[in-house]
Design a protein around this ligand. Structure first.
Ligand SMILES: [Cu+2]
Length: 315
């Protein structure tokens, strides 16, 4: 099963302020090391040519060469050392007030995403997908409910571990609109590889519109089929694990499904969120992502179809 969160993640194509700083350090390292490499090659070739000459390289030339070389190494290492300390310092700069605060909790094998409201801003809960407005600093509090996970969205920043009982934080500042893939970067069990994350960076206006829709409770189903689906969802026990805001479903141990139809993927980036894939997931999640914490539930075909119709209506 391949991961479908469709865009690539690349540390070399930064889309955030922090990733940019990391890539600048990388570029400097590559250039200095490349220069050193060419110096070594040039010296070697020079010496080989001299050796063929009847007189050979003089002691003085060798000595001077060594001094130049030593100075070049010391200077190169000094520049790299200073640049590295400065980048580290910039990345670890104390967090001021960020306009947006999220809490992301790692679970085997999915991401719980909460936007922490406050003042006039309502809270929002979703999963496996983070939307952010461009050019806005955001503070993300990280936690784990079970084992060590690691939050990594290479286009935006380096890695930050999620350690049980040890809260940590990361700060992102996206500078480019787009869809960026994230991935758990610490081996966390059987489905570690299928613990993906999608980060969607949009304009402020698009973000605000999305936020308002997410903050609303789930839509009332408009068709009898979808209403039957909501009933089947409650009867089948889905509600013991999943929350659908505005209904009796308030389980906290699985992804929030209040606006599941608005998300791009299912199973933490495992499948695209399309009707066939949604049915397949509900019919047999263990086949798609073996070992994941959603059991296969015995459903007759009409109930399955009705549940799918209901979930698809939850925009
Ligand atoms: Cu993980």
């Amino acid at each position: 099963m391949t991961n479908v969160a469709e865009t690539l993640h690349s540390v070399l194509d930064p889309a955030g302020a922090h990733a940019q700083q990391i890539v600048s350090l990388w570029d400097l390292t590559i250039w200095i090391c490349a220069a050193m490499y060419f110096l070594v090659v040039a010296f070697t070739v020079g010496l080989l040519l001299k050796r063929r000459a009847p007189s050979g390289p003089s002691d003085r030339a060798l000595k001077q060469g060594l001094i130049v070389w030593t100075l070049a190494v010391v200077a190169g290492l000094a520049v790299l050392g200073v640049a590295s300390v400065r980048t580290d310092g910039a990345l670890a700069a104390p967090f001021g007030d960020a306009p947006l605060h999220l809490r992301v909790t790692g679970h085997q094998w999915w991401w719980d995403v909460e936007y922490i409201g406050g003042g006039d801003l309502p809270g929002v809960r979703t999963a496996n997908e983070i939307r952010l407005p461009i050019d806005t600093p955001v503070r993300i509090s990280l936690a784990s409910s079970d084992v060590i996970h690691s939050f990594w969205v290479p286009s935006l920043h380096g890695k930050r571990d999620l350690i049980p009982d040890r809260p940590s934080e990361i700060r992102l500042e996206p500078r480019r609109i787009g869809v960026f893939r994230g991935q758990c970067a610490e081996f966390c069990g059987l489905q570690h590889a299928l613990m993906g994350l999608t980060v969607i960076v949009s304009s402020r206006a698009a973000f605000d519109a999305w936020y308002e829709r997410q903050a609303a409770p789930a839509r009332e189903p408009t068709s009898a089929h979808a209403r039957a689906g909501r009933q089947a969802f409650m009867d089948a026990g889905c509600a013991t694990c999943h929350t659908i805001a505005g209904t009796a479903a308030s389980g906290r141990v699985a992804p929030d499904l209040t606006h599941i139809a608005s998300r791009r993927t299912l199973g933490a980036g495992t499948l695209p969120n399309l009707r066939g894939q949604l049915s397949a997931w509900i019919a047999d999640p263990q086949h798609i992502k073996p070992g994941n914490r959603m059991p296969a539930i015995d459903l007759d075909a009409p109930s399955l179809q009705a549940i799918v119709a209901y979930l698809e209506s939850l925009q």
